[in-house]
Design a protein around this ligand. Structure first.
Ligand code: OXD
Ligand code: MN
Length: 596
């Protein structure tokens, strides 16, 4: 489709204005067809940037620039006129100043490149919860990834019509070409020139200098979390960093669960859980983001705004996540993995290593090589519909009613396997104080707490204190229709450093307890930190777990929790008067319960 054929005048004039600034050689409007995907991929193959994989049908491997391998949080900006509106956990720049700097960078940044216009829908096309975005990009790699991760093309333009609203997303890799020049390697700009900028007051995204992941596929973290969270607050809904799954009990009753964990806590694994308890079935709806609105019946309905998985490859195996492995057998893009000599990909933790291959930097690699073969943030981009346990109705435009919210983090101590909140405010308190312990692999002292409220630290598009308040207000609206809230920790260790809980499929045992709590089938035990399973209520049938280990896994260590309360006070102090009083009260109540 040509620019002239677009019906939406606002869209047309924005594209023209951006093209005047970026000066691409031509403009191409994406139709979302598989022919278009193949054409873009072929261009990348011809340049030598994409390597077709013999062992996986219609799948390709890429190697990014070593400076462009992950989201760049230090270069990510939330730009409001007043810094306080971005809050203490976001990087802020004044919008006028940021735009001035970025306009200088964008000037001529697409020289001798095509500007692709990608109309996309986050959420099933036409769903009342979905939103339309249009990404302008000079990267064919981005076009292919967006085809998988979102719904792209003419069908979206049809819904947009002549005067529909869209989120404008401008993206340039920041590597203009000289006349006759062609890409020889992954194009991007140096780190100090990368900017991932959000202007939530205008629902606007400007990204410059990176071609990787969430920096470049602007529907994901930029639109579906940062801009959407700000929209959601204004419009009274929720945009959360949560997986969505459906659990069906042996009687056929369905429960829908949305869960938020910081990265490296097994979110994709939980989304594709294989229950070890008899008769229970798990199906996937989403693995990263949930958009939720209150339905006519007063319950909270969730959709997965994405159409694909952009998953971390290392550690994914037929042992840890067979459903993810089956999802990536074909039609998948791999980035920064090892390429094996027989035309496949490999990463640490997948299987026995190949005898020889090319590492993510393109160097010869063998198991004896000193460096890892795949980058720790190597990724797969795969269509969600390829997941063998995707819900048949995962694209239902009205979404699924959420029964249970789960928060969690990685804690070697203090946090028991599971506890339930006393009420909504207490659940919001749990989300706002979600934290992981640093390990030897992190900077800082081992065992130090890193708070990641609602797992949204890098993704909240406004002041985190206001965000906590939005959660409280949503609870007020939901009243007795609100989901129950739980906190889990799969990662507690004993004094010898041994995991106390097997995790993976056995996490279904914990989910079963939650479902039984929702149904009101069982009581729980009140403890100072929340409600916990009564003896015998957590189904451990067939699980070999030492009694002493289980006791330790469930132990509420009062002294450690008093210390935890001090850490929470410290964490809360960052938010000044934006911290809701109702959460301060929760902290006081926790302290009072601990001192009884
Ligand atoms: C992601 C992340 O890529 O949370 O999903 O970093
Ligand atoms: Mn994520």
């Amino acid at each position: 489709m040509k620019l002239e054929d677009l019906k939406n005048e606002k869209l047309k004039s924005w594209i023209k204005e951006m093209a005047d600034m970026c000066q691409p050689k031509d403009i191409y409007v994406c139709d979302g067809s598989s022919e278009e995907y193949d054409r873009c991929m072929q261009e990348l193959i011809d340049l030598g940037l994409s390597h077709p994989l013999k062992k996986r049908k219609h799948s390709h491997s890429f190697r990014s620039d070593p400076s462009d391998v992950a989201r760049v949080e230090d270069r990510t900006f939330i730009s409001y006129p007043n810094e306080i509106d971005a809050g203490p956990t976001n990087h802020w720049m004044n919008p006028d100043e940021l735009k001035k700097t970025m306009k200088e960078l964008y000037k001529g940044s697409m020289k001798n490149r095509t500007m692709y216009v990608i109309p996309f829908s986050m959420g099933p096309v036409g769903s009342p919860i979905a939103k339309i975005g249009v990404e302008l990009t000079d990267s064919a790699y981005v076009v292919c990834n967006m085809h998988i991760m979102t719904r792209v093309g003419t069908k979206v333009l049809d819904v947009l019509g002549s005067n529909g609203e869209f989120v404008p997303c401008l993206h340039s890799v920041g590597a203009p070409l000289a006349d006759g020049e062609k890409d020889k390697k992954w194009p991007c700009a140096p780190i100090e020139k990368k900017y991932i900028s959000h202007f939530p007051d205008e629902n606007l995204i400007w990204s410059y200098g990176s071609g990787y992941g969430g920096n470049a596929l602007l529907g994901k973290k930029c639109l579906a979390l940062r801009i959407a969270s700000a929209m959601a607050r204004r419009e009274g809904w929720m945009a959360e960093h949560m997986l969505i799954l459906r659990l069906t009990n042996p009687e056929g009753k369905r429960f829908h669960i949305a869960a938020a964990f910081p990265s490296a806590c097994g979110k994709t694994n939980l989304a594709m859980l294989q229950p070890t308890i008899k008769g229970w079935k798990c199906e996937t709806i989403g693995d990263d983001i949930a958009w939720m609105k209150i339905g006519e019946d007063g319950r909270l309905y969730a959709i997965n705004p994405e159409a694909g998985f952009f998953g971390v490859a290392p550690g994914t195996s037929y042992d840890s996540n067979p459903m993810a492995m089956d999802s990536i057998r074909e039609n998948t893009i791999f980035t920064n993995c090892v390429e094996t000599d027989d035309g496949d990909v490999w990463w640490e933790g997948m299987s026995e290593p190949p005898a020889h291959g090319k590492d993510w930097k393109g160097n010869d690699w063998t198991p004896a090589s000193p460096d890892k073969g795949a980058h720790p943030n190597a990724r797969f981009t795969a269509p969600a519909k390829q997941c063998p346990i995707i819900c048949a109705d995962w694209e239902d435009p009205k979404g699924v009613p959420i029964d249970i919210f789960i928060f969690g983090g990685r804690r070697a101590s203090v946090m028991p396997l599971v506890h339930e909140s006393y009420n909504w405010d207490h659940g919001v308190f749990m989300g706002s104080t979600a934290a992981s312990e640093t390990t030897a692999a992190n900077i800082g002292s081992v065992g130090a707490l890193r708070f990641d409220p609602f797992a949204m630290l890098p993704f909240a598009g406004y002041n985190m204190g206001d965000y906590m308040n939005h959660w409280l207000e949503m609870g007020d609206k939901l009243g007795d229709k609100a989901p129950k809230i739980f906190y889990v920790n799969w990662f507690r260790k004993n004094a010898d450093g041994k995991w106390l809980w097997p995790g993976f499929g056995d996490n279904s045992r914990v989910l079963k307890w939650m479902c039984e709590r929702v149904e009101g089938k069982i009581d729980a035990k009140d403890t100072p930190i929340g409600r916990m399973p009564k003896d015998g209520d957590l189904d451990l049938t067939g699980l070999k777990i030492d009694e002493a280990d289980f006791k330790e896994l469930m132990r509420v260590d009062i002294e450690a929790w008093k210390n935890q309360a001090n850490e929470i006070e410290n964490h809360y102090s960052k938010f000044g008067d934006r911290l809701p009083q109702r959460l301060k009260k929760q902290l006081e109540e926790l302290r009072a319960r601990l001192s009884k």
